[in-house]
Design a protein around this ligand. Structure first.
Ligand SMILES: Nc1ncnc2c1ncn2[C@@H]1O[C@H](COP(=O)(O)OP(=O)(O)OP(=O)(O)O)[C@@H](O)[C@H]1O
Ligand SMILES: [Mg+2]
Length: 363
C-alpha cells in the first residue's frame, strides 16, 4: 500500500462525520466507522445493500438525486429526519457529492444537527407551538361570549347618539367583528378533524377556490389556469383541500400590490416518480402536483424558513395560522408541501397521492 492510499484509508476512518459511498445503483459501496456507528450496523453487513432500504429519509430526494447524477452536481438536503429503523429519526443535513471518475457514484455525508441539544430544542419548540394553540383555542372560546355582549351594548347605545358619537360605536362594532373573525380562525385550527378521504378532482377544487377568491380577497388579481387535463383523481377531503387552496390564494392576493394587483398561475401536472419516504422506511407515491405561483414580492426574508409554523406572520393583521393549517391538512393527507420564493416569483407546491385504483373503479 502506498503512503498515499494508506493516508486516504486513515482519513476515511478518522472522519468524524458518517460518510457512505454509494454506487451507481444507490447501493452502499463502503462506509466509514462513523457511519457504522450512525447506522448501528457493520460495514461488512451493510455493503452491497440498497441505501434507501437502510436509511429512511423523510423527504422526496430520489428525484433530485437522479437529477444531480445526470448533471454530475452535488446535492444538499438540510433539516431532514433521517432514521435507521432501530431508533427515532434524527434531524440531519445531507451532503451528496459525485465521485470523480466513477460515473454515477456519490459520497454522502450525514451531519446530525448538533445531536442532543438541537433535537430537544426543536422538540420543545414543536410542543410549545402545540400548547400555544391549545391555549389560544381556549382563550378564543372564552373571549367570544363577552365580545358578543360588547357588540350588543354598542348597538343599543348607538340608538340614542349623535352622528359624531355614532362613529365611535361603529368603530367598536367593526373592531369586535374583526376580533371575532380572528378567534374563529384560531378555533378552526383546533377543530380540524381527520380528513374524510375520497377520490377528488383537483381541478374542481382549484376552480371553486379561484371563483371564491375572485369575489373577495383576490378581486384585483389575474388568474391563469395551466391544467394537465389528464390529471387523475387525488385521494383527499375536498373541503379541506379547498381550504388549503383558498389560504394559498388569499396569501398570494394579500402579498400583491393592492392597486396594481398581480397574477396567480394555477399549475397542475403529473410527476410519476415523486415519492416521499417515511421515517419508518415505507414510501408514499405523491404523483399529483399543484403549484400556486404568484409574481408578488415573495416571502419576507426574516420569516422565510418558518412560514409553516403557527403564529408566524409577515402581515400586520395576520394571525400566522393560514399556512400552519395548510401544512397540517397536507400532512394529514400524507402529502408534501414546499415553497420556493424570490421577489417576483413565489411557488407553493403541493404533492398528493392519487386515489387507489379499486376505489376509482367502484365509483
Ligand atoms: N404568496 C406569498 N407571497 C409573499 N408572502 C407570503 C405569501 N404567502 C405567505 N406569505 C407570508 O407568510 C406569512 C404567513 O402566512 P400565513 O397564511 O400563515 O399567515 P397570515 O397570512 O399572516 O395570516 P392568516 O392567514 O391567518 O390571515 C404571511 O404573513 C406572509 O408574510
Ligand atoms: Mg394567510
Amino acid at each position: 500500500m502506498s503512503t498515499n492510499t494508506e493516508l486516504l484509508t486513515q482519513l476515511w476512518s478518522s472522519l468524524p462525520v458518517p460518510a457512505v459511498l454509494l454506487d451507481a445503483e444507490e447501493r452502499i459501496a463502503d462506509m466509514n466507522p462513523a457511519a457504522e456507528g450512525f447506522m448501528n450496523n457493520s460495514a461488512k453487513w451493510l455493503v452491497g445493500q440498497p441505501i434507501w432500504d437502510r436509511l429512511a429519509v423523510d423527504a422526496p430526494i430520489e428525484e433530485s438525486l437522479a437529477r444531480a447524477r445526470e448533471h454530475g452536481t452535488p446535492l444538499f438536503v438540510n433539516d431532514v429526519d433521517v432514521g435507521t429503523g432501530n431508533r427515532p429519526p434524527l434531524v440531519c443535513n445531507l451532503q451528496l457529492a459525485p465521485v470523480q471518475n466513477y460515473p454515477g457514484w456519490f459520497i454522502m455525508l450525514i451531519s446530525p444537527r448538533e445531536l442532543a441539544g438541537r433535537m430537544t430544542q426543536s422538540h420543545s419548540v414543536k410542543s410549545a407551538a402545540k400548547s400555544a394553540i391549545g391555549m389560544a383555542e381556549m382563550l378564543a372560546h372564552e373571549i367570544k361570549n363577552p365580545l358578543a355582549g360588547i357588540t350588543g351594548a354598542a348597538q343599543l347605545l348607538s340608538m340614542n347618539l349623535t352622528k359624531d358619537d355614532l362613529e365611535l360605536t361603529d368603530l367598536i362594532v367593526a373592531e369586535t367583528r374583526r376580533i371575532v373573525k380572528l378567534l374563529e380562525q384560531v378555533e378552526q385550527f383546533g377543530n380540524l378533524s381527520a380528513p374524510e378521504r375520497k377520490p377528488v378532482n383537483l381541478h374542481d377544487v382549484l376552480d371553486r377556490a379561484r371563483r371564491s377568491t375572485q369575489l373577495g380577497a383576490g378581486a384585483h388579481m389575474k388568474f391563469i389556469e395551466d391544467y394537465d387535463p389528464s390529471l387523475p383523481l387525488a385521494y383527499g377531503d375536498p373541503d379541506q383541500l379547498l381550504q388549503v387552496v383558498l389560504n394559498l390564494l388569499k396569501n398570494a392576493a394579500e402579498a400583491a400590490d393592492p392597486k396594481e394587483g398581480g397574477t396567480i398561475r394555477l399549475h397542475t401536472f403529473f410527476e410519476h416518480s415523486f415519492r416521499m419516504r417515511r421515517p419508518d422506511g415505507s414510501t408514499q407515491k405523491l404523483p399529483l402536483q399543484i403549484e400556486v405561483i404568484d409574481d408578488g414580492p415573495g416571502l419576507p426574508e426574516d420569516i422565510k424558513g418558518d412560514v409553516f409554523d403557527p403564529f408566524v406572520s409577515g402581515r400586520e393583521n395576520g394571525t400566522g395560522l393560514g399556512l400552519a393549517l395548510v401544512s397540517k391538512i397536507i400532512s394529514d393527507h400524507d402529502g408534501w408541501i414546499s415553497v420556493e420564493s424570490v421577489p417576483g416569483r413565489t411557488v407553493f407546491r403541493i404533492s398528493l397521492p392519487r386515489a387507489p385504483r379499486e376505489i376509482e373503479e367502484n365509483r
